[in-house]
Design a protein around this ligand. Structure first.
Ligand code: ATP
Length: 306
C-alpha cells in the first residue's frame, strides 16, 4: 500500500503546487527533479558568491508566439538594492520573476547576473543563490522544524531556531502542541497564510541567498499579521538584492526603484516620491489605495490592482 500511496501523494502535491498562482518553485524542482525545457550549456559556469547585480536588457518573452507577454523590458538592480514591480493582474510581474529563476529562457534580449548572461551559468547554481518567498507557500507534511531546516540541510538546531526568531514565527511555534516537532501541512496542523509566509521567510533566512524574489500575498491581512510579516521581510531583505512583486503599495514605499508594468511594458519607473509627484498611473493607484483605506480601516492593508 505504501508503494502505491507515495507516488499518488506526490502527484497530489505536484498538482496542488501548479494550481498555485505562484508556485513554491524551489520545492517543486527539488521534489520532482522535473525535466526542464531550459538546459545548461555544456560549458556552463557555476555561480559562486554573486555580488548581486541583476540586469534585464531589452527582454522580451512569450509563452506562445502568438501572444507576447513581456516587451522590451530593461532595468538594473544594483547589489543590495530593492526593486518593486507593480501593475494590473496579468501584466507580467510574476513572469519576470520566473525568468530570473530560469523557469524559462527569454525569447529576446538577455538577463545578466553580475554582468554575465544567466544562460552561461548552471541553473542549479543560479537557483542556489536565489531565495523565493512565494505568495502561498506549500509546506511539506513534515514537522515545522523540517520545513524550516529544508532551507539549509546542514543547519544546526540553533540556526533553525534563530531563523524562526528572525522571521517572527518562533514564539508562535512554541504554542504548537509539539513545538518544533509539530507536524504541519495538509495532513498536520494547518497554518494561516501569514504563518506559512513566515515559515518561507525563516527557510530563506537559513538559505542565506544573495537574491530574494518575493511575491507578496494578494489577500488583505489583519494589521498585526501585516506588521509581523513586514518586520520579517525587512530582515530577509537586508543586504540582499530583492525583487518584490507588490500588491499593497504601502509595503514598497522604501523600495529603491518601483517599476510600473502594464501589458508587458514598463510604463513608469522611479522612487515612490518620484512617481507620486508625476500624475501618472502610479500616483493614481496610490490615490485609489488611500481612498480605499479611508473607506475601510485605514490600516494600509487594502490591495490595489490598477
Ligand atoms: P497577477 O498580478 O495576477 O499575479 P502577473 O502580472 O504576475 O499577474 P503573470 O503571471 O506574469 O502576470 O502573467 C502574464 C500573462 O501571461 C497572463 O496573461 C497569463 O495569463 C499569461 N501566462 C502566465 N503563465 C502562463 C503559462 N504558463 N502559459 C501561458 N500563459 C501564461
Amino acid at each position: 500500500i505504501m508503494q502505491l500511496y507515495t507516488p499518488l501523494n506526490w502527484f497530489g502535491t505536484y498538482y496542488r503546487m501548479i494550481q498555485q498562482n505562484f508556485v513554491d518553485m524551489e520545492n517543486m524542482f527539488d521534489l520532482l527533479e522535473e525535466k526542464q525545457e531550459v538546459l545548461d550549456k555544456p560549458d556552463a559556469d557555476i555561480m559562486v558568491l554573486p555580488q548581486g547585480k541583476i540586469e534585464f536588457n531589452d527582454v522580451s518573452f512569450h509563452y506562445s508566439p502568438d501572444r507576447p507577454i513581456l516587451k522590451s523590458i530593461s532595468f538594473l538592480v544594483e547589489p543590495g538594492k530593492t526593486v518593486a514591480i507593480v501593475g494590473p493582474t496579468g501584466s507580467g510581474k510574476s513572469t519576470i520573476i520566473r525568468l530570473l529563476f530560469r523557469f524559462y529562457d527569454v525569447t529576446g534580449g538577455f538577463i545578466a547576473i553580475d554582468g554575465k548572461n544567466v544562460k552561461d551559468y548552471t541553473q542549479k547554481s543560479v537557483r542556489q543563490s536565489i531565495g523565493v518567498v512565494p505568495q502561498d507557500t506549500v509546506l511539506f507534511n513534515e514537522t515545522i522544524f523540517y520545513n524550516i531546516h529544508y532551507g539549509k540541510v546542514t543547519a544546526t538546531d540553533t540556526e533553525v531556531k534563530e531563523a524562526a526568531k528572525n522571521a517572527d514565527i518562533h514564539d508562535k511555534i512554541l504554542t504548537f502542541p509539539d513545538k518544533f516537532d509539530t507536524k504541519v501541512g495538509e495532513r498536520g496542523l494547518k497554518l494561516s497564510g501569514g504563518e506559512k509566509q513566515r515559515v518561507a521567510i525563516a527557510r530563506t533566512l537559513l538559505k542565506n541567498p544573495a537574491f530574494i524574489l518575493l511575491d507578496e500575498a494578494t489577500s488583505a491581512l489583519d494589521t498585526q499579521t501585516e506588521r509581523n510579516i513586514q518586520a520579517a521581510i525587512q530582515k530577509v531583505c537586508t543586504d540582499r538584492t530583492v525583487i518584490i512583486v507588490a500588491h499593497r503599495l504601502s509595503t514598497i514605499i522604501h523600495a529603491d526603484t518601483i517599476l510600473v508594468l502594464q501589458e508587458g511594458e514598463i510604463i513608469e519607473r522611479g522612487s515612490h516620491e518620484d512617481l507620486i509627484s508625476r500624475s501618472g498611473v502610479y500616483s493614481n493607484m496610490w490615490q485609489q489605495q488611500l481612498e480605499a483605506n479611508n473607506n475601510t480601516d485605514g490600516n494600509g492593508n487594502t490591495s490595489v490592482e490598477a
